[in-house]
Design a protein around this ligand. Sequence first.
Ligand code: NAP
Length: 310
Amino acid sequence: MSGVIYDRVALIGLGLIASSMFWAIKRGGLAGEVTGYARSADTRDTARRIGLCDRVCDSVTEAVEGADLVVLCVPVGVMGAVMEQIAPVLKPGATVTDVGSVKRDVIAQVMPHLPEAVHFVPGHPLAGTEHSGPESGFAELYDNRYTLLIPMEGVPRDAVDRLRALWEGMGANVEEMDADHHDLVLAVTSHAPHLIAYTMVGVADDLRRVTDSEVIKYSAAGFRDFTRIAASDPTMWRDVFLTNKEATLEILGRFTEELFALQRAIRTGDGDHLHDYFTRTRAIRRGIIDAGQDTAAPNFGRGQTQKATG
Ligand code: NAP
């Protein structure tokens, strides 16, 4: 594929996103050496056992020393704290990026600690599964999925293009946008839907007339898909809602209004309203399939492991 893009890459946090990056970087031969660091000794031991990273380091500073690219792959709520720790040892001219699901808040956390000679290019791969941890990653996760990059004022075009080349080498389609727009788009496409899935699964759990075994046994596609989304990592999603508060609340407000309108249509027997609404939503589904972001196969092509997320 693309050849070496960075001599040294450091992955900080070794969960689903970082481990998938590692396997995709290896597949494409995109880096000379990849170092890795995770907070817990358990995760570092697992990483060593499965050959995740060329070198797993016991300190975060050791992992980033001499790195040309540092990728922050930790939950959104701790990006700033990690940046503060690594700032003193970052190599001048290096690029720092992140994979966080929220952008404006991460930028606000990271920028105060950024050394002058280091460039920050925030990023977000729109790919994931409901699994987490160092053993959950796989090289194909980013194939044909979008990665969004946020080119910040004053950052050399070169730094953005190089990171773009890395993501493209990992199989992704790369687009650029500003942080506020990113947070609004993701609130619509990912954050609000996750909250709705969490709620729906919670509601089913509360319905004592439907026993747990019935919920599981008769679980039809709709509910089953909600349970899959609602199985996503609690720490990651807590941080997403706490850091993308404004955009998520804005979308949830609109959602509630539409829900009331549908509720009213059901109560008043307004079949035209329901039919028109469902015709419109069906066209959106068609658009997602045409854009190559999901399959038209029945039952969502079960057997696939991916879902658009984060
Ligand atoms: P994950 O599998 O749960 O892994 C998180 C990693 O971060 C672990 O290695 C963990 O270390 C480390 N970590 C957690 N808290 C930390 C702290 N306080 N200080 C230092 N390290 C810490 O998570 P992930 O799914 O890869 O998500 C990582 C990032 O990618 C998040 O910012 C998320 O928003 C973003 N993202 C996720 C998805 C998705 O679908 N999962 C999609 C796109 C973007 P230990 O193992 O030692 O606890």
